[in-house]
Ligand binder design. Structure first.
Ligand SMILES: *Cc1c(COP(=O)(O)O)cnc(C)c1O
Length: 422
C-alpha cells in the first residue's frame, strides 16, 4: 500500500497535490511519502514477528535510498543501516542511526573505510573474503579493537531475477563459496582482531519468488550446524534483503507476512540473533519520479513518442535492467493512448516504455513514474550535462526539499582548465 492517490482529479502524495510540488520545485523531481516509508518499515517488521522471529535486527540497505531525510524516517522506526561504503556509513551516522546498528557489507571495503568504521564502532562487518578478514583483523589490532564480524556465504542459488541484480550464484563476486566456508571460518576465527560470530548471505534483489531464498537459508542452516559441531559459537545470522515489489500489475511479490512465515519456519531452532537488510521493499513504492511532458512527437513508425523531462540519468533502471515503471498522468482526463515514452538524453537506451497504453498526455502535462523510491535518485548521474535531480519528502499536508537540484552550472564550476591550455 502506498500514499500516492488521486484526490479530486489530481494525484497527491499523502495530502499534497503533485501539481504544487512541481510548481514549487520544478521537474523532474523525486517525491517520497513519509507515511509509506513508515508503514513499509512497520509491515516488514511485523511480518517477521508474526513469523515467530523475536526481536529481528533490521538494517535498511542504504544503497536503495540514501537520502538523509529518508534514513531519518527509518531511524525513527528503529531501523539500523546496511552500508557498502564510508559515504553510506557517514550518512547513516548523520541520520542518527546508532553505530552498533550499522552493518558494513561489500566486497571492496578499503583500508581507510575499515579504519573509519572501526573508529566509529559500527556493529558488524560482513566479511566477503578471507583476505578482507585478515586485513580487518590486522587493522582492528592496530586500533586496539576486536571487530564483530560474520562471514558472507555465496550459497550458489539462482535468485531468478535480473542477472545484474543477482548476487548469490557461484560466478557472482559476493561472499565465499559454501564448500570453502568452514575452513575459511576456522582460519578467521583464530585471528586476534576478529570476533567471528556468524554468517551472512544476500542472494539478489527484486525476488518475486521465495523458493531461492528458502533454498539458500536451508543451506545456511546446515552450515551453522556444521560450524557449531566444529566448536564455533554462532550467535548472529544475517539473511540479507532482496524481497521484490510490485512494479507492474501482474507482479506478485511475496508479502512480508509470507516471507516472515517462511523465515520463521526455516530458521526454527537456530537460536541466533537474526538480521535483515531490506532495501527495495521498504522504499520502492514510497517514491515517484514527477516529470513534465516536453512534447509528444509523431514517430517514424506508427506510435508517437512522449518525451518527458526526466531521463535515464535521473532514473537509470529502465536503461540498466529493462525495468518497468508505471506511467500515470497527474491530472488524468480519462483518455488513453499508446505511445513510446522517452527522455531527452541522446541514447536509444533513454527509453522508459515502448508501445505502452497510458493516460493520454500532451505538452506541459505532469506525469509520474511509479515505484521510483528505490534505486532511483541514488543512481542519478549528470550525463548529457543535466543537473542532479532533487528530492522532496511529503508528510501529511507538508513537503520539504530534502535534496536540492544540483544545477549544471554548479557541476561546471567544479571543473578546471589547466593553465597550459589557457
Ligand atoms: C543491495 C543489498 C541489499 C538490499 O537489497 P534489496 O533487494 O533492495 O532488499 C541488502 N544487502 C546487501 C548486502 C546488498 O548488497
Amino acid at each position: 500500500m502506498d500514499h500516492f492517490q488521486i484526490i479530486d482529479g489530481v494525484l497527491h502524495a499523502e495530502n499534497v497535490p503533485l501539481t504544487r510540488i512541481a510548481a514549487d520545485v520544478g521537474t523532474p523531481v523525486y517525491v517520497y511519502s513519509t507515511a509509506t516509508l513508515s508503514r513499509h518499515a512497520q509491515v516488514f517488521r511485523e511480518g517477521l514477528i508474526n513469523g515467530g522471529i523475536e526481536n529481528p535486527h533490521i538494517a535498511f540497505a542504504v544503497k536503495a535510498n540514501p537520502n538523509l531525510a529518508v534514513l531519518k524516517v527509518l531511524a525513527r522506526e528503529g531501523y539500523g543501516a546496511d552500508v557498502v561504503s564510508a559515504g553510506e556509513m557517514n550518512r547513516a551516522l548523520a541520520a542518527g542511526i546508532p553505530p552498533k546498528d550499522i552493518v558494513f557489507s561489500g566486497v571492496g571495503k578499503t583500508a581507510d573505510e575499515i579504519i573509519a568504521a572501526l573508529k566509529h564502532g559500527i556493529g558488524q562487518f560482513n566479511i566477503e573474503s578471507e583476505e578482507e578478514g585478515r586485513e580487518l583483523s590486522a587493522l582492528a589490532e592496530i586500533i586496539g579493537k576486536r571487530a564483530d564480524a560474520v562471514l558472507r556465504i555465496n550459497p550458489d542459488v539462482d535468485a531468478q531475477t535480473n542477472a545484474k541484480i543477482s548476487t548469490g550464484k557461484a560466478d557472482n563476486k559476493f561472499g565465499v563459496g559454501l564448500h570453502k566456508a568452514p575452513a575459511i571460518y576456522a582460519r578467521l576465527s583464530a585471528l586476534p582482531g576478529l570476533n567471528m560470530r556468524g554468517v551472512a548471505l544476500h542472494i539478489g534483489s527484486q525476488l518475486l519468488n521465495l523458493d531461492p531464498l528458502e533454498t539458500a537459508f536451508t543451506k545456511i542452516g546446515k552450515l551453522i550446524t556444521e560450524l557449531r559441531d566444529s566448536g564455533y559459537t554462532i550467535t548472529h545470522v544475517d539473511l540479507g534483503g532482496g524481497l521484490g515489489v510490485k512494479y507492474k500489475a501482474e507482479d506478485n511479490p511475496p508479502y512480508p507476512d509470507v516471507y516472515g512465515e517462511m523465515v520463521g519456519r526455516v530458521t526454527k531452532g537456530w537460536n541466533v540473533q537474526l538480521m535483515f537488510e531490506p532495501g527495495r521493499v521498504i522504499c520502492g513504492n514510497a517514491g515517484v519520479l514527477l516529470t513534465t511532458v516536453i512534447r509528444v512527437k509523431p514517430g517514424a513508425g506508427n506510435l508517437p513518442f512522449t518525451i518527458v523531462d526526466a531521463a535515464m540519468n535521473d532514473l537509470a533502471r529502465p536503461a540498466l535492467y529493462d525495468a518497468w515503471h508505471d506511467f500515470e498522468a497527474v491530472e488524468p482526463n480519462g483518455e488513453r493512448f499508446t505511445c513510446n515514452i522517452v527522455g531527452p538524453v541522446c541514447e536509444t537506451g533513454d527509453t522508459f516504455a515502448m508501445a505502452r497504453e497510458v493516460d493520454k498526455v500532451a505538452q506541459g502535462d505532469l506525469a509520474i513514474f511509479r515505484t521510483a523510491g528505490a534505486y532511483g535518485a541514488t543512481m542519478a548521474s549528470t550525463y548529457n550535462s543535466r543537473g542532479l535531480v532533487p528530492e522532496v519528502l511529503v508528510h501529511e499536508d507538508k513537503f520539504a526539499i530534502v535534496a536540492e537540484r544540483i544545477e549544471p552550472a554548479t557541476i561546471l564550476a567544479a571543473e578546471h582548465v589547466p593553465d597550459w591550455l589557457d
